[in-house]
Design a protein around this ligand. Structure first.
Ligand code: NAP
Length: 238
């Protein structure tokens, strides 16, 4: 559903068709925000659009690896809402396997989606924010595996280390222009990214997607003088 309200803050959420991105959208679904929900899967985007029936919400289909599509999403956000205030980069893939048999295609895909996609959305959003003379926030979802290795997850862990380096570097580069780049490092979250069966009791002690969404809302609420570069959040029992 389309709408326009200049007083609201405009937020782009990637990975909107996934567990964490979907929860972020629910948490931001109030009168304070215009939301641009980005995903690839058309059916899931359509379902999402049916659940958020209000002005100030649009969906956009884009592959985060495709620079033209990323730029088009940012342009459509600005065209629709006259502003861009924040991006939550939640799109990601988790491909595991023993390293000696791990394909180069899967390694490249992991780095492409998790790092290059995050970089592309961050870069073009920051450019837009600076061009418009706006303060802005980029929130990148790294992982606990961004500070420690993961047996069978060399590509994923490399990508999530890179997301932290990317976030901190962009923050240092653009902080004087009023851009804050923050990074969330979640432990296990109960989404489809976890391979356990949906009814496995172990899912109950994981973080829930809403826990990450609440943290996003908190980071978005910080006064402009405050930033948090990295925040680790993990299940108390795991
Ligand atoms: N779940 C966890 O335990 C956990 C822990 C730490 C960090 N994380 C991170 O949290 C983020 C969200 O994960 P999640 O748990 O919500 O997983 P999820 O439910 O599998 O969602 C992943 C999302 O990424 C999107 N995506 C994948 N490839 C894409 C591409 N090329 N272009 C655009 N979108 C793409 C998917 O969109 P489509 O389905 O539309 O393709 C989907 O919306 C990821 O970065 C993940 O690494 C997750």
């Amino acid at each position: 559903m389309e709408g326009n309200n200049k007083k609201r803050r405009t937020v782009i959420v990637t990975g909107a068709t996934g567990g964490i991105g979907g929860a972020v959208i629910k948490a931001l679904d109030n009168e304070s925000f215009n939301i641009v929900a980005v995903g690839r899967n058309k059916d899931r985007l359509r379902k999402l659009a049916k659940t958020v029936k209000r002005a100030g919400f649009i969906t956009a289909q884009a592959d985060v690896r495709n620079e033209e599509e990323v730029i088009a999403v940012i342009k459509s956000a600005v065209r629709e809402f006259n502003s861009l205030d924040a991006v939550v980069n939640s799109a990601g893939v988790f491909i595991t396997g023993d390293s000696l048999n791990f394909s180069t295609a899967d390694f490249n895909k992991t780095l492409d989606v998790n790092v290059r996609g995050t970089w592309l959305f961050s870069k073009h959003a920051i450019k837009e924010m600076i061009d418009e003379g706006r303060q802005g926030i980029i929130i990148n979802i790294s992982s606990g595996a961004g500070t420690h290795g993961l047996a069978g997850g060399a590509a994923y862990s490399s990508s999530k280390f890179a997301v932290i380096g990317l976030s901190e570097s962009l923050d240092m580069e653009f902080r004087e222009k009023g851009i804050r780049v923050m990074c969330i490092l979640p432990g296990k979250v109960n989404t489809s990214m976890q391979s356990l069966p949906p009814d496995d009791p172990a899912r109950k002690i994981m973080l829930q997607p809403e826990d990450i969404a609440d943290l996003v809302v908190y980071l978005m609420s910080l006064p402009e003088r405050v930033t948090i570069n990295r925040v680790s959040i993990r299940p108390a029992l795991l």
